[in-house]
Write a protein that binds this ligand. Structure first.
Ligand SMILES: CC(C)(COP(=O)(O)OP(=O)(O)OC[C@H]1O[C@@H](n2cnc3c(N)ncnc32)[C@H](O)[C@@H]1OP(=O)(O)O)[C@@H](O)C(=O)NCCC(=O)NCCS
Length: 173
């Protein structure tokens, strides 16, 4: 059975390797060279601070005892990188899904990603959020939140097209 655990100080160390120190969405090109923007501590602080302010920031997904996925999400204003996305800007009324990742290849295409997305959607609905948006990728699944086909199958609609990374949206209300 799949369960999502909110990231806490205690379970932070379980986040899949690279995701633990990936600060792509939390930084801009201007500040990516600063050493403090490459540390796990910075990522942990961001996750805990946004969790406290918004009630959601990151989840670790387990299927029984096995870790199968990691998700990070917050409002667009919490992700400085989005300022650099000039062509399509996620809406302020939507939660931005920055990443949904199943790290082990052998766990992909077994339905975990779909279950995680559905659980996240249920949580966001319960909390009264209006919509969820992400940049999906047309040409490949190598993308922080995965391929376009995955989101279209799960009810998302394209809100802004024009590149390999269309902005997709699902209304929650
Ligand atoms: C994308 C991802 C989140 C999907 O989760 P998953 O558990 O593998 O997906 P599920 O088994 O729940 O669902 C798979 C569905 O998506 C579809 N899908 C998967 N990859 C696809 C692609 N490239 N294009 C279109 N559809 C795709 C499958 O066909 C399947 O649809 P179906 O159920 O109708 O057959 C996961 O595979 C993943 O994290 N992949 C790695 C992506 C990556 O490289 N990320 C880089 C991180 S920076």
């Amino acid at each position: 059975m799949l369960r999502l655990e909110t990231v806490t100080e205690e379970n932070f160390k379980e986040i899949p390797g690279y995701c633990k120190k990936c600060l792509y969405w939390q930084t801009t090109d201007a500040d990516k060279k600063k050493p403090e923007n490459q540390t796990e501590m910075t990522k942990q602080k961001w996750l805990l601070r946004v969790q406290k302010a918004l009630g959601t920031s990151g989840y670790i997904a387990y299927a029984d005892a096995m870790l199968v996925g990691f998700v990070q999400l917050a409002l667009p204003k919490h992700f400085p990188r989005l300022k650099e996305y000039k062509n399509a800007t996620p809406s302020e009324d939507a939660v931005f899904l920055a990443c949904l990742y199943i790290p082990q290849k052998e766990n992909q295409n077994k339905g975990y990603g779909t279950q995680i997305l559905k659980s996240v959607i249920t949580k966001l609905k319960q909390r009264g959020f209006k919509a969820i948006e992400t940049f999906a990728r047309k040409s490949s699944s190598e993308n922080p939140s995965g391929p376009l086909g995955f989101y279209l199958r799960n009810g998302f609609r394209i809100r802004h097209d024009g590149s390999d990374f269309p902005l997709v949206r699902l209304e929650l209300a």
